[in-house]
Design a binder for this molecule. Structure first.
Ligand SMILES: [Zn+2]
Length: 81
């Protein structure tokens, strides 16, 4: 049998889980570093010089995109942990 306290705890857990999910969506942007020049592409920032809007995921960047600093191809970028 569920007591009133149990229901409060369950509701709080659901709220906590929801909060974590929202937090991940907001902070899940990754960064990639150009191995040739050290330039960093930040998904949260995008690359305005190349017309890449802020929030653009790495996989959504055109394959022919290149480093705005040194021109290295997308394949020269490595994910930063
Ligand atoms: Zn570069």
């Amino acid at each position: 049998m569920m007591t009133f306290l149990d229901s409060v705890i369950i509701k709080r857990r659901m709220a906590f889980t929801y909060h974590i999910c929202v937090g991940e969506i907001m902070t899940d942007f990754k960064k990639y570093r150009c191995t040739a020049c050290g330039h960093i592409y930040d998904e949260a920032q995008g690359d305005s010089d190349s017309g890449i809007p802020a929030g653009t995921r790495w996989e959504d960047i055109p394959a022919d995109w290149s480093c705005p600093i040194c021109g290295a191809p997308k394949s020269e970028f490595k994910l930063i942990d």
